[in-house]
Design a protein around this ligand. Sequence first.
Ligand code: ACO
Length: 404
Amino acid sequence: MSSDSHKTLKLEEVISENHNVMAEEKPVINVGLQGIYIDESSICKVDGVLGKLYYRGYSIEELANNSSYEEVAYLLLYGSLPKKEELENFESQLKANRTLSESTIGIIKSMSKKAHPTDVLRTAVSSLAAEDLEMSDNSEDANFRKAVRLIAKMPTILAVIDRTRNDLEIVPPDASLGHTDNFMYMLTGNKPNELQSKLINLMFILHAEHSSNASTFSALVTGSTLADLYAAVTSGVATLKGPLHGGADEAALKMLKAIGSPANTETYINDALAGKQRIMGFGHRVYKTYDPRAKLLRGYLEESVNSAPPDVKNLTQIALAAEEIMIDRLGQSHGIWPNIDFFAGPLYVWAGVSADLFTPIFAASRVVGWCAHMIDYWRDNKLFRPLEYYTGQLDLKYVPIEKR
Ligand code: ACO
């Protein structure tokens, strides 16, 4: 026996011994990672039993009633509410980074006008990596600067997408306007009225962060390979799109429109449930009670609906009727309650925002949550690599193609 084959034999013995030690017993499998904690974090607490949400210790009600998106973004990224000077500095950094390069605008213009804006946003966000001069710097300071660029540019990307597909002139950012007002201005060409201004700020605050949800987790998985922040955020946008997650807002409005009138609501919901369909905007993996963000949106809608146009009034009445029926059927009994996506539709319609922009607006707000989690996770990075229990066959013999 040559010394080489001797080595091979020994290696095989060692591997076989190791295999015996590691012989698999069927493990506990948590499909969808349900109930699995992936890390510790002080960014966000979701209390699914009491229906409470906190960003860095502040309740969502406290922030929604008193804060601006810029303040909330600073809080999430840096861990505390900014002092006046810190906020001014952060706002100036955001303003300084709003503009898109000709290349990014070109990429948006080159895409089909019929494409879903979330798909175009995902591509444009991904392309930002190619022009970031700090791409090779993965230091925490550089990543905070990249986060600011992403937060600043995503609303502009969305406005450019919408205006381009509608054959309208692109509206450059207005430095006299705050983050969300400027977004509405770039989107519509007009400075927002009081209702639009209050609503869009509220929407951005409520959507900014939500712990280890699917899109944040997906961003973390990507970043845990030490890919860059743009890669992580691109994953986040892609994951947010699905109707079981962020895409439910657009789907919920579609359903309200399909119901048509409050009188049709009960029959529609009964038929849908009997056909095992999901009612969009209801249910949540963590909240087994009323989502506090949905409660805030419902309150806002109820408070102002009297002055709303007829189509918004009608959608609101349908939504309230659907809510009552669903709580009666599945609320207490199954823990399926309205989530943030349910009441968003009528409010956005009122603000003049088209339905396919709901989810990418969600992304433009949630980007701060993705970045805050990613930067935090990198402080003690560990590659995500879960296991899968194999149930297939082993040691099959290769059959040449002509004999199969
Ligand atoms: N309408 C009807 N039935 C529902 C709904 C719903 N909205 N949500 C859950 N169920 C039922 C399921 O059919 C299932 O019933 P079964 O046990 O008889 O099969 C049971 O409740 C459990 O559902 P799962 O999907 O296993 O529960 P999970 O915790 O994974 O679901 C989810 C969470 C995906 C959000 C679900 O409630 C859903 O599909 N909701 C509709 C989509 C939606 O609104 N998504 C937005 C969530 S908020 C956000 O991501 C921003």
